[in-house]
Ligand binder design. Structure first.
Ligand code: ACM
Ligand code: ZN
Length: 532
């Protein structure tokens, strides 16, 4: 090629990833696992002797399990995984087992010990969930190629001692299934991948201006009308989850020790409900399910007793479905313009001796909070719920930076942190790349000494239909999983990020085998060559 003749020549390299395998092939092509791809990295890991000397071999016919019953409903998940590896699982070995699950206490913490030594693997924990976290570490040590039947001849593992526990108890992902609807199987796959990274909360955003996604028996129009929107081009978008599907998802998540916390937004982000039942709003005007993004002024009327009754009935059905001890009630981005000019809302303000609409919001949320308390639930709300005074007993989720967290802690509340600066996975890589997420400190000094329960990454989906969601969530959520499990002291240490990236490379190979459509770590390098 004559470069002189082709003018300006641009070469753009969109992405350059080199995947290194963590599993070296032993003689006879038996793969060897190891600790090279553990994420989140355990609190303490020590190899016993030299890896080459201390190898344990699992033959393809020979997984002999003792104590699988200690895993409860999770035992089926563990068994199915080993069968997927291609080995025959034999259970109920009182002696001569080579994989032993042992309960050593009686609390519900997630700590565990994993010991691979003298041809036996032991996982010891105080609880079912601890045993499952230990199994997850073992799974990440077993060669990638074993996922989906790749180890019919067995595999080698190094002898090792792992002792582990999480830094934060709440490690979540918010999934907005309202702006774009997601299928049940897709959500289950997301739950699998949360569990693979020891994340334990799916914060399921189920109601919005642009779609109501949860079946409620008492109010069928919520899904007949509220679950569907007409897009600007005239096409329909929507869908909802039947109660049966919701139970299926909760059971699936629970067997993987992921708690599903529903978010039922109030008083704002409620236009889909108002489209179904116009009397719920201040004006009573017939509205459409929103088909644009943004913040809308039509919200639930706080002065109308029927609206409160409606919400209590909806939440009764929500509480019947969801066993989580907390229910997220939203509370963010609720403009007060309608309340300001609504007689009913103004009457409520007068009758309750409130000063303004912000205090009316606090009254409204406290009313709902008391109702949920009577059902044995506490509420989580976005940091706007602080604006009219913190509702009693509420957990605050700080999203507009970390100041909501500091303020809530000063008021004695527990907090969950997911600031836009580090945890918003709908933001592009140019503002929030993997390194930025990994640098997040959920408990900076400015937050004080109160209880930070943990954090979440938030996957809002205005611009992300289902087929793009995994590429936005991964690998950034994997970075956050290490922040929340291994803790900011570990992730903030010098060299921690480059060590994480080294472990991520082979780990991504596992995700490819699992058909996770993960995205990039940072903005791709672009090389422009100008040849005259
Ligand atoms: C939020 O992002 N509006 C909580
Ligand atoms: Zn009103």
């Amino acid at each position: 090629m004559n470069f002189k003749n082709c003018g300006i020549f641009f070469v753009t390299i969109c992405s350059m990833f080199v995947f290194l395998s963590c599993s070296q092939k032993s003689p006879h092509s038996i793969p060897t696992g190891g600790i090279e791809a553990l994420i989140p990295f355990p609190k303490s890991v020590s190899l016993i002797g030299k890896v080459e000397d201390g190898k344990m071999f699992f033959s393809g016919e020979d997984i002999r399990i003792q104590g699988i019953e200690h895993l409860g409903p999770t035992s089926e998940v563990v068994e199915a995984w080993f069968m997927g590896v291609g080995v025959e699982v034999r259970k109920d070995f009182a002696t001569n087992a080579n994989l032993v699950f042992e309960i050593t206490g009686d609390n519900t913490d997630e700590s565990y010990d994993l010991i691979i030594k003298n041809d036996v693997i032991q996982i010891k924990a105080n609880s079912e969930v601890g045993l499952f976290r230990g199994f997850t570490t073992l799974r990440q040590m077993i060669p990638n190629s074993c996922e989906y039947g790749g180890c019919v001849s067995g595999f080698f593992l190094p002898e090792v001692l792992v002792s582990d526990s999480p830094e934060f108890e709440h490690r979540g992902l918010l999934l907005d299934c309202c702006r774009h609807f997601m299928e049940v199987e897709f959500i289950k796959k997301m739950i699998d991948n949360l569990a693979l990274h020891k994340m334990n909360v799916l914060h399921w955003h189920l109601t919005e201006d642009q779609g109501w996604r949860i079946e409620i028996d008492a109010y069928p129009k919520l899904t007949e009308v509220g679950a569907w929107r007409t897009e600007l081009d005239g096409t329909k978008h929507g869908g909802f989850y039947s109660k049966e599907e919701i139970r299926e998802i909760i059971t699936y998540a629970s067997a993987r020790h992921v708690e599903v916390i529903p978010e039922i937004e109030l008083p704002g982000h409620s236009q889909a409900a108002l489209a179904a039942y116009p009397y719920l709003g201040c004006t009573g005007e017939q509205l459409e399910v929103a088909n644009r993004w943004g913040v809308f002024k039509d919200i639930y009327c706080a002065g109308n007793d029927s609206t409160i009754l409606f919400l209590k009935q909806v939440l009764t059905e929500v509480c019947e479905l969801f066993p989580s001890s907390r229910i997220h009630i939203g509370g963010d981005e609720a403009p007060k313009v309608r309340w300001h000019s609504c007689d009913k809302c103004q009457n409520r303000i007068a009758e309750q001796g409130l000063n303004d609409e912000h205090e009316l919001q606090t009254w409204f949320i406290e009313e709902i909070g008391l109702f949920l308390e009577s059902k044995g639930k506490t509420i989580i709300g976005w940091d706007e719920i602080l604006e009219g005074g913190l509702p009693d007993g509420a957990v605050v989720q700080s999203w507009r930076g970390m100041s909501g967290a500091s303020q809530a802690i000063e008021l004695g509340s527990d907090v969950i942190v997911s600031p836009t600066s580090h945890c918003y996975l709908d933001y592009p890589l140019s503002s929030t790349d993997l390194k930025k997420v990994y640098s997040f400190n959920p408990r900076p000094e400015t937050v004080g000494d109160g209880r930070v329960l943990g954090g979440e990454c938030n996957m809002w989906t205005e611009h992300t239909p289902q087929h793009l969601v995994e590429s936005m969530v991964f690998p950034r959520a994997i970075g956050l999983s290490e922040v929340l499990w291994s803790g900011p002291e570990f992730t903030g240490a010098s060299g921690a990020y480059s060590d994480f990236v080294k472990r991520l490379e082979p780990h991504l190979e596992r995700l490819s085998i699992l058909k996770v459509d993960y995205g990039m770590e940072s903005v791709p390098i672009t090389l422009s060559l100008a040849v005259q």
